[in-house]
Design a binder for this molecule. Sequence first.
Ligand SMILES: [Zn+2]
Ligand SMILES: [Zn+2]
Length: 377
Amino acid sequence: MSEKEDFYSVLGVSKGATEKEIKKSYKKAAMQHHPDRNQGDKGAEEKFKSIQEAYGILSDPQKRAAYDQYGHRAFQGGGGGGGGFNGGFSDFGDIFEGVFGGAFGDMFGGGSQRSNRPKRGKDIPYQMDLTFDQAVFGHKTEISLPRTEECNTCGGRGAVNREDVESCPICKGQGQIHRSQGIFSVATTCHHCHGGGKIIKKPCHKCHGKGESRKTSKLAVTIPAGVDEGFRIKLRGEGEAGANGGPKGDLYLIIRVEEHEFFERDGLNIYLSQPISFPQAALGCNLKVPTMTGFVKLSIPAGTDSGQRFRIRGEGVSDVHGRSKGDQIVEIKVMTPKKLDARQKELLKEFSDLAGDDTATQDFFGKVSEKVKDFFG
Ligand SMILES: [Zn+2]
Ligand SMILES: [Zn+2]
């Protein structure tokens, strides 16, 4: 018999590792070697099993203490060898739910359905890409959703006739066999029914006894006006089929919004950067400013600076409940003329002479030098 690897080195932690460190290393190792990510790789599957086994022991303070004292001997039963200790986890799905919580388990999709207890179907995350306008005004569309659905020929039973499904005689429908190993009682998956707890004598011809099938369904969805990047919309009961009569999971539409060519959004307000010329800024002007619904008039007073903001009330986004509405904020950007002909230059020089050079700059330097004088006395 080959020497069994030390549980601490399986998880890549030191003997004195804290519970937190063990859990962290376990998550990382389990993710890396999870069978769903390494399909058909026997080595990864074995590695995943030993990671589970090691974590099953080291995460339990009592078992860990026993292991620290006696090593692997603490868990070797009278039977010798055999399938080995599997930490009492019935399958990969359970362990991910147990350790990471439901949301994480969902990442790996279906998982195997062990034991004949009713089990709720998995939730499905679905990325919903919207244009800026669709997010602001709402959107109706149809999505194609691949998901597991209950077989409609056998109603999820796996056999057309009720009499063709029997409870497993070996595990009495439990899907697991409990036995003593060393000083602990250990559960292993029943090999007769592969953990399903039932034996199907005459499998349904459509789903081959699985009770479910993978299908791509068309689903009409309505996105309310006002959604934004990262919003999640829950569609109850539109997730994966449940097992053994359990309820369906939910579908989550996760909203992603494309950028707009010139509008930007912050919550319910919409921002627009509006370029104007230097004379327009100096003399004031009336603008026609684009909004999400058309154009509105905006009057810019004389002497407006670059970066100054103007608010157009009610031209923002409605919140998803339709209770309030944001504004459009117009930020002025004064453009400095780049190409000047001789006449334009002449006029600007004349303007500059009349204004006594650049008064704004003079004022600024005047203030700064006052401050500097004060400081040095
Ligand atoms: Zn069984
Ligand atoms: Zn069927």
